[in-house]
Write a protein that binds this ligand. Sequence first.
Ligand SMILES: *Cc1c(COP(=O)(O)O)cnc(C)c1O
Length: 416
Amino acid sequence: MGEITFLGKDEAMDYEQFFASKIQDLQTEGRYRVFADLERQAGSFPRAMNYRADGSVREITVWCSNDYLGMGQHPEVLAAMHGAIDKCGAGAGGTRNISGTNHYHVLLERELADLHNTESALLLGSGWMANMTALSTVCAMVPDCLVISDAKNHNSMIEGIRHSKAAKKIFKHNDVADLERILAAEPLERPKLVAFESVYSMDGHISPIKEILDVCDKYNAMSFLDEVHAVGMYGRRGGGVAERDGQMHRVTIIQGTLAKAFGVVGGYIAGSSAMCDFVRSYGAGFIFSSSLPPAVAAGAAASIRFLKQHNEIRERHQERAATLKRRLGEAGIPVLPSVSHIVPVHVGDPVLCKQASDMLMDDYDIYVQPINYPTVDRGTERLRFTPTPLHTDADMDHLVASLQAVWDRLGLKLAA
Ligand SMILES: *Cc1c(COP(=O)(O)O)cnc(C)c1O
């Protein structure tokens, strides 16, 4: 047995001090995150109650929710969830393999396969888990797979690719020529996967899906498309931008969430039976994690079913986003060029971005979260507005006037 030696007090690491200093770093940089304490009000979305540090509670208007269509309070979704709770209880009771496959999961996977017109779909605990699990499993197990990933891909895709330990190259954001340059430099027989999104949620960009799939075909690459910010909102039945563009049948792996436009929680992939069965059978994030509560699956299925049949909600959503962009533009508020339902407003400094957000909340009862590094690049800090079909003209009047006042108070630059 070796002798135990104790370090002197100054040599030993002070863990608490370490944690505190890392937090201090964030505070110094002005990007320490403070969560808004909200109580959502079913039936009056986008209104919510805000519990403040001073003990007061105020009704505010939420302008940054990813419950893009207000489905989180839709009567059909709530009825489906209540029904499933009363029938099945709270949790699913296990992993999918060990007693945790509830009939509502099976129905939801059918609903998802129908949404994307694919042979199959596979449900996971969240969209993050779906990206992490599918990418890490596919890219690790396909021999010598090269992953080519858009520069602005979401953290969950980056983590999945990294975890796979596959070789990775980055193509310039939405740049098909750069993607083709990388693909063309590889032997045709080398397995490849191109990972990208349809709607990039911090900028509101939409990718050229057809052109990307064309080069995937040309160089025999698999395609992995994150439609998290598009499902429910684009396409005739809410299948996403790939549906809108007539490209849905060409994608190897479509990935989506049930937590944004569908208003509930959970993630999934859709594609061929063999691909879904492969991830079901080898994906650790699927195998070793308990399945979603049956009521969540029932609510998500009801939401998807409803949105398939109600294109007018998508039309209203696009109209609201276009109207807000126009009105902010007319008021000189610097809206970043977005071709989607997302309305990003440039601030360009983390401290001012947080101050603008705080002022809007404290003095105007408007909630929009500041978006700082690492979610976006330094120097591009922004306020990201997500108008929904439930935001009224009066809500917009109040928002535009409040932003003008805040821009004036903080001396922020107006657009030319
Ligand atoms: C939110 C998000 C995810 C993760 O989805 P969750 O269901 O919230 O875990 C994946 N990809 C993108 C692009 C996202 O914005």
